[in-house]
Design a protein around this ligand. Structure first.
Ligand code: ARG
Length: 255
């Protein structure tokens, strides 16, 4: 008798759960078809960083504007950069804005918008490191963020210069390691490097000869959002809204 009851309850529960899954006929990570979850790695000022409990930055403002134009509210999830692509694939997020560069490898797993901001890669060192150009990297320890294209760059130079390549989850960790003398250098994007250079007076940086297409929004494969957001992005490029955000986060910050 008891067994029967248990079975009945289990079947009931399973049916209820299944109904739950299908009744909300949207695939948004939030479970609410009006709210999008944006995943980011908030270690990347001025793109995204923490201000107390809040996550702020260029990417946040851009995502909010794009979401609003398309009738969505935005929820932000902070995680390690290396987890962002899989967050989309496992429906933990609907969009990723994290200064992320579209690469062939990533394009196999997620879709990208058009580029919204260009970037170059810098080699950041201490002023007294004796490193003035790429050639001076012989036998040096070079760091980059885990999962980033900068880490790919470091690995690509590894054999040529007999580098020791190290990865860390956060950009701030790379900076700490340089300060502590454990890394001779780190590869960091220009705008982000510029922010640290202003704070760390004994740091210097020079541009690396490596390719970096800039930042784009990442979406789940075949998401309807990609076309919509691209359209809105085009409008924002045309009507000056994007320039205003660039002025707010990249130009004013430089002064
Ligand atoms: N643009 C580089 C890449 O896509 C680095 C981005 C790092 N972003 C961050 N929020 N930490 O690999």
């Amino acid at each position: 008798m008891k067994k029967w009851l248990l079975l009945l309850m289990t079947v009931g529960l399973a049916t209820a759960l299944a109904a739950c899954g299908t009744s909300s006929n949207n695939s948004n990570a939030s479970g609410d078809d009006k709210t999008l979850v944006m995943a980011t790695s908030a270690d990347y000022p001025p793109f995204e960083s923490k201000d107390g409990d809040k996550i702020v930055g260029f990417d946040v403002d851009l995502a909010k504007a794009l979401a609003k134009k398309n009738g969505y509210k935005l929820e932000i999830q902070d995680m390690d950069f290396a987890s962002l692509v899989s967050a989309l694939k496992t429906n933990k997020a609907d969009i990723v804005l994290a200064g992320m560069t579209p690469t062939e490898k990533r394009k196999k797993q997620v879709d990208f918008s058009d580029i919204y901001y260009n970037a170059t890669n810098m080699l950041v060192t201490k002023k007294d490191s004796g490193i003035q150009s790429e050639k001076d990297l012989q036998n040096k320890t070079v760091g980059a963020q885990l999962g980033s294209i900068q880490l790919d760059d470091a690995n690509a130079m590894k054999d040529k210069y007999h580098l020791k390549v190290e990865d860390r989850n956060k950009i701030s960790d790379l900076v700490q390691e340089i300060k502590a003398g454990r890394f001779d250098a780190a590869i960091i994007e220009d705008k982000v490097a510029a922010g640290y250079l202003k704070k760390e007076k004994d740091f210097q940086a020079f541009q690396l000869n490596s390719s970096n297409e800039g930042s784009a929004i990442a979406f789940k494969k075949n998401s309807d959002l990609t076309a919509k957001f691209n359209q809105s992005l085009k409008e924002m490029k045309k009507n000056g809204e994007l320039d205003q955000l660039i002025e707010k986060w990249f130009v004013k910050e430089d002064k």
